[in-house]
Design a protein around this ligand. Sequence first.
Ligand code: ZN
Ligand code: ZN
Length: 414
Amino acid sequence: MSTESRAQTVLAALPSVRPWQEDFYRDLHSHPELSHHETRTARRTSDRLRQAGFEVHEGIGGAGVVGILRNGDGPTVLLRADMDALPVKEATGLPYASTATDEAGTPVMHACGHDVHVACLVGAAQLLADAHDEWSGTLVALVQPAEETGDGARGMLDDGLASVIPHPDVALAQHVLPFPSGRVATRSGPTLSAADNLRITLHGRGAHGSMPQAAVDPVIIAASAVLRLQTVVSRELAPGEPAVLTVGSVQAGTKSNVIPDSATLLLNMRTYSDATRTAMLDAIRRIVTAEGEAARAPQPPDIEAFERFPLTSNDPAVTARVAEAFTAFFGDRAGELPRQSASEDFGDVPNALGVPYTYWGIGGIDPGVYAAAERAGRVNEDIPVNHSATFGPVLQPTLDTGTQALVVAALAWL
Ligand code: ZN
Ligand code: ZN
């Protein structure tokens, strides 16, 4: 039978899942947990997967959860959801809005919609487990902590993920995004940017503010480096090659009449190809080193990387297979995803395991509200985006669509 007709059969039971799935979602939404603190979410998710008949492994790389359902011969499909929230004070006004704070009193909110991802995954897991006669193979449900800090996927790998799960043939993931609910969108090739964050310490030699001849002024090195760094994208990359280099923080000194010993820059960089990423990292090193030398710096700068996100580049064959299955199932509600400037660490797991993957978007905005904003030419002003305090995906058809998308995509292999 075709993927589409088997998907229809499996998803015919969606109305029986919907009531508990919506409760599950509202519960996660009102109990968000920050990166590396997702213990409650992990426990609730594990319980659900175990109830659906999955073999469950908990505590992988922190709160990471893996559920495995072996259902005869066939391919192994990995479905991934992330589960952490953000330090944002919720302002959606929803009846199930979060009032949670962390231990330090910082407000916490599911402002990126990772609660949608987990709810859709447990719903899809239940439906596929119930309809095991319709498919064969192995299903792996991976629920990852700490996506927002960029180290959750690597944490699971470092903690032995590869020895816990059977080797997947394909890895699939999705994200709720600010476009109309009910729609799904795929993209082949580079889809989310790679992100690199650098802390650069520029060394000088401190002295009294009245005696510059005794100093090597790191403030001048920093000022000159910040300007020169702006030429990396504008003068070293081809026009049309998308990339961003932002110096988000410049810090040096404490007092007007003290020349400090050092200055610190924080850089954020976004790229869509490995070649561009390498070229930009080389250019940054070259420029800050040369600015130091020009100023007689006593030692070369220290460059420290933190919060790195890999490029999310969707495998063309895998993406084509998912896109075809989506078009058959969703009709004109399936479309193309524009390239996103945001970043994700989903790719770390399939990259480490040598598995092809694709990552698609599902809409989370009320279609009527979105259409009105479009008509008024006010999409940027009126439609809340991920990470904002008013980003509250409509419950339906968002959960239905995300659940359907996971089932349809998985069945394209199973
Ligand atoms: Zn996010
Ligand atoms: Zn996210």
